[in-house]
Design a protein around this ligand. Structure first.
Ligand SMILES: [Fe+2]
Ligand SMILES: [Fe+2]
Length: 180
């Protein structure tokens, strides 16, 4: 880029775009370390899959007088996490990577844990903890991606915002339950 130039000159942009066209969306302007980005996104994918499984388990196991509203919330979150998993998987492919859906090693790739929980309160607490883990680890992923991969960063920022809502929902449910 010429000094003081805002954008690379058009000839350079056009020439670069013709190189390595099989890499699709990954252009010479992609500045993240691709292996690191793929690994981080696969860890986030594992986290989402685990959260789907945990929320599904909680949805089907929710029992007791307060269970109905809580179960509905669990199901809604399970569906959100499934959507996050799909979005991350699509992005992995776009980056020329492969989404890792292998059940083997899923729990160790995931940041959040799979805890079944005995009571409704246990379940909500475990979901809250898992959301809080996802929030902090996604923030770190977002910081890494920074300006190097703005599309993946924006995706993770959108997902992060939902996880914060999820954590807030679980904290409110826990508080409600404590009042009864
Ligand atoms: Fe999620
Ligand atoms: Fe969540």
């Amino acid at each position: 880029m010429k000094e003081g130039a805002f954008l690379s000159d058009i000839q350079t942009l056009r020439r670069r775009a013709r190189e390595h066209i099989a890499q699709g969306a990954v252009t010479p302007g992609y500045h993240a370390d691709r292996d690191t980005a793929l690994r981080l996104l696969n860890e986030a994918l594992a986290t989402e899959i685990l959260c789907v499984l945990r929320y599904k388990r909680h949805y089907f196991m929710a029992k007791g007088i307060h269970a109905e509203g809580v179960a509905a919330e669990f199901l809604e979150h399970a569906n959100d996490e499934q959507q996050h998993a799909d979005q991350i998987a699509a992005r992995l492919v776009q980056l020329g990577g492969e989404p890792d859906f292998n059940p083997e090693g899923l729990t160790s790739r995931s940041h959040a844990e799979y805890v079944e929980g005995d009571t409704l309160e246990d379940m909500i607490r475990e979901d809250l903890v898992a959301e809080r883990i996802a929030i902090d680890s996604y923030k770190e992923i977002i910081l890494y991606l920074g300006d190097k991969d703005p599309t993946s960063r924006r995706l993770m920022e959108d997902i992060l915002a939902t996880e914060e809502e999820h954590a807030d929902d679980m904290a409110n449910l826990l508080e409600d339950l404590g009042r009864h």
